[in-house]
Design a protein around this ligand. Structure first.
Ligand code: GAR
Length: 199
């Protein structure tokens, strides 16, 4: 853990295009934002999020889960990588792997995720399609702590958007994504302040 500094260290876990990673990179570029990204871990080789991290000069570890015999050995490789850096908070940002207690336990209370629905509604995949099909009038995103349940940990922050008549899943996803990019830095800021106050 870092001590007596005005910024906490983040590890950001991604699996894809990394637009939420970008929102954190952009927020961290500001001097008064209380966090900096020490490391990006990506489980899928070749995705655009890797390029975003490299462009920002952030160390990237590509750890392909498919090369490991089990979830636990994959997660141990991520833990070993994170241990090389002064990380205070681990942020899953479009990280499309379910994690087990191997990863959760050492980071409990310091491991968060962004999910594209207003939890507890629409856990799992295809959230926008399911929200439209269910006749919901509101959708949104949730930042929550990660625990052993899928998309079940304590909620830190939510932002909502309207579902409009004739919305397609893609149109709704784009509207929600705009809010995600505001919500994730906001949540990190809140948690960073808490962590820094305790140091
Ligand atoms: C985001 O919409 C994020 O909320 C979602 O994947 C997308 C990743 O986009 N995450 C999940 O569905 C996790 N269950 P990004 O790679 O551009 O940040």
């Amino acid at each position: 853990m870092t001590k007596n500094i005005s910024k906490i260290g983040l590890a950001v876990l991604i699996s894809g295009r990394g637009s939420n990673l970008q929102s954190l990179i952009d927020a961290c570029a500001s001097d008064d934002f209380p966090a900096e990204i020490k490391l990006v871990i990506c489980n899928i080789p070749g995705v655009y999020g890797i390029e975003r991290a490299e462009k920002a000069g952030i160390p990237v570890a590509v750890i392909p889960h498919k090369e490991f015999p089990s979830r636990e050995t994959f997660e141990q490789a991520m833990l070993d990588e994170i241990a090389k850096y002064p990380v205070d908070l681990v942020c899953q940002a479009g990280f499309m792997r379910i994690v087990t207690p191997t990863f959760i336990e050492p980071w409990r209370g310091r491991l968060i995720n962004i999910h594209p629905s207003l939890l507890p509604k629409f856990k799992g995949l295809h959230t926008h399609e399911r929200a439209i099909e269910a006749g919901e009038t509101e959708a949104g995103c949730t930042i929550h702590y990660v625990n052993e349940g899928v998309d079940e940990g304590e909620i830190i922050l939510q932002k909502s958007v309207p579902i409009l008549p004739g919305d397609t899943p893609d149109a709704l996803a784009a509207r929600v994504l705009e809010k995600e990019h505001i919500a994730y830095p906001e949540a990190v800021q809140i948690l960073a302040k808490n962590i820094l106050e305790k140091q």
